[in-house]
Design a protein around this ligand. Structure first.
Ligand SMILES: CC(C)(COP(=O)(O)OP(=O)(O)OC[C@H]1O[C@@H](n2cnc3c(N)ncnc32)[C@H](O)[C@@H]1OP(=O)(O)O)[C@@H](O)C(=O)NCCC(=O)NCCS
Length: 195
């Protein structure tokens, strides 16, 4: 019998088990850049929610939500940024990531957030509630985020005036985890241009 999966909300405090899953998913060393980013988000007070997927009492996936802003003309709007999303390599391709994204959107709605932004594959996230943020009038925090990868899910409290540039929390900058850099950026841009 396949063990059922449970999604649990955990304190945003970064736990070793969560860090292990994140490092393994991103193929990084235990204290790699993505883990450093999570710690900086927590230390800087930007972390808002941390959800884990659990199978047989083992953490097999994780998703984090942090506070950002949309710099709208009327006022600064608090929004959420979904990052990182991690599934243990031996558990990928079985719906864990999909369940975590759905749970993150539900949690964001419970927090009253009007929108959730992320950087990622439009193929993956486009089928999981997200669409092009630029097409809806938002501006990227960096032009190093390839435009198709800049995505948003609008939630119940969203209002039409809430458009503008997305402002990231400082932790993404201090850990240099915004967008892509050359030569990866060049490679992805060439791939987009050839599609
Ligand atoms: C991306 C990731 C979170 C997906 O989690 P998952 O549990 O394997 O995903 P699911 O089983 O819910 O969905 C599988 C689907 O995603 C697709 N997929 C997996 N990784 C993908 C990627 N990097 N880009 C696009 N699609 C991807 C699969 O082809 C499959 O397609 P389907 O929708 O036709 O079924 C996981 O592969 C992972 O942890 N990757 C490494 C870390 C990472 O890149 N995180 C995302 C950064 S934006």
């Amino acid at each position: 019998m396949v063990a059922p999966m449970e999604i649990r909300t955990v304190a945003p405090a970064v736990q070793p088990a969560v860090e292990q899953v994140v490092s393994a998913a991103f193929g990084e060393a235990p204290d790699g850049r993505v883990v450093q980013m999570m710690r900086a988000l927590e230390a800087g007070g930007a972390a808002r929610a941390s959800l884990v997927a659990v199978i047989d009492e083992q953490i097999v996936g994780h998703v984090g939500l942090s506070r950002g802003w949309v710099d709208a003309r009327r006022e600064l709007v608090e929004v959420l940024v979904l990052s990182p999303l991690s599934v243990r390599p031996d558990r990928q391709g079985r719906g864990v990531g999909t369940a975590l994204v759905a749970a993150a959107l539900e949690t964001a709605g419970d927090h009253g957030a009007p929108a959730v932004f992320l950087e990622g594959s439009p193929d993956y996230y486009g089928r999981r509630g997200f669409s092009s943020a630029s097409a809806l009038g938002f501006e990227r925090p960096s032009t190093r985020i390839p435009d198709p990868g800049f995505q948003v899910a609008l939630l119940a409290s969203y209002q039409r005036w809430m458009v503008g540039r997305l402002i990231y929390p400082e932790a993404f900058w201090t850990t240099d985890t915004v967008g892509l850099r050359d030569p990866e950026l060049e490679r992805v841009e060439a791939q987009i241009a050839s599609n």
